[in-house]
Design a protein. Structure first.
Length: 193
């Protein structure tokens, strides 16, 4: 069987809770949102973070991920997300992440429901892993540990919020993929069968 293929979508922070509240609307909503994936120009843009007055945070961004073609497989599971290339120079600069669900499920203990216009104070954040985590750290928004892809594509999405906490002494520059000198890259790993 072939590998499943997926896509990352950036949803606007003013997306209503109703638009991500259950599986059907999450999957419908993802189709209209901007693709952010591999390749130059498809990065998540956290904007400019000024540290002229000291440490500062970027705005919060929310991402959805789903499988677009199952490659003949029926299930994806064991999702792990991490910052696989951290271009920051100082330990005080980190990425913060929070797995999200819709409001339609009992979520894993460290997952919170999506909040419209979420800001740094909206969620309980963890510092992003910078190496492959030992266990699953993001989950489908309504199913627990796995997603059914037997219909050809995902029956739900993986959703998370994140922001950048930048230390006061961080090196100034443009931080993005592999072409800027200050690389920030992520890996989302999963199993399939």
């Amino acid at each position: 069987m072939a590998d499943p293929t997926g896509r990352f979508r950036l949803i606007p922070q003013d997306t209503t809770v109703v638009a991500v509240d259950d599986t059907v609307v999450r999957l419908a909503d993802i189709a209209s949102q901007s693709i952010v994936s591999t390749g130059i120009g498809n990065e998540v843009d956290f904007g400019t973070v000024s540290i002229s007055a000291g440490a500062a945070n970027s705005g919060v961004k929310t991402i959805l991920w789903d499988v677009t073609a199952n490659g003949g497989n029926t299930t994806v599971s064991a999702f792990k997300l991490w910052l696989s290339d951290n271009g920051f120079d100082i330990a005080a600069s980190v990425e913060k992440v929070q797995p999200l669900s819709g409001a339609d499920q009992a979520a894993p203990a460290n997952t919170e429901n999506y909040i419209v216009n979420g800001v740094v104070g909206s969620y309980t954040w963890a510092t992003a892993d910078e190496a492959e985590p030992g266990a699953q750290n993001v989950w489908p928004s309504d199913e627990g540990a796995s997603m059914d892809i037997s219909g050809g594509a995902s029956d739900d999405v993986i959703m998370w919020a994140w922001y950048l906490a930048i230390g006061a002494l961080e090196t100034l520059g443009t931080y993005k993929g592999t072409d800027a000198g200050f690389e920030l890259q992520h890996t989302l790993m999963f199993s399939y069968s």
